[in-house]
Design a protein around this ligand. Sequence first.
Ligand code: SF4
Length: 193
Amino acid sequence: MNQIRRRNFLKVLGLVTVFGLFGFVNKNSSIDDPMLKKGKKKIMKLRPHHILDIITGYGHGVEYKPHPYGHSQHIVAKAILSDLDIKIKLVIGADAVCQGCKHLLPDGQCDDVLQQLDPPISKQEYNDTLDYRLLDYLNINRDTVTTIREYLEIVNKKVPGIERICTHPKEDQKERLNGLTKGLINLGIRSDS
Ligand code: SF4
């Protein structure tokens, strides 16, 4: 048990070090640092739906790995799944996941396009609309500072139901609900009954 705790501690320590680099990586960019400093603690900026994407993937048993886009979803996933008490700010805009992405422009906009939609739309527009809808549905203000645990507890009260908002185009709504539910159970946010 102690060994497991020690391994988890070292894993978290490594991740903290990686996140500490974000400010440096982003030094010459005009977008905000995705890790905001508040007092002595750092706060990770995250889009509400990016968190749900990670929890859903976790429920489906996805192993997060570096993506060809170069974004940081795999790093963020490990960080939030290993520490639910991590401080976050729920933003509508570029976040910690976007760090390193080839589609992230210096002004913080995303230049990717959702070609699977007819007509195709900008991912920036799609993401912003989705996150506004999610925060509205969850009755959370934009830029709220909270923890992953507190955010997921609010989400859990809207399961089922929230999948009608957060399911992406071409994704199956039942599968979305299934993954999100399992992810919440695996993290101890939801009881398995
Ligand atoms: S939202 Fe855009 S910039 Fe951010 S990770 Fe996705 S594709 Fe990259």
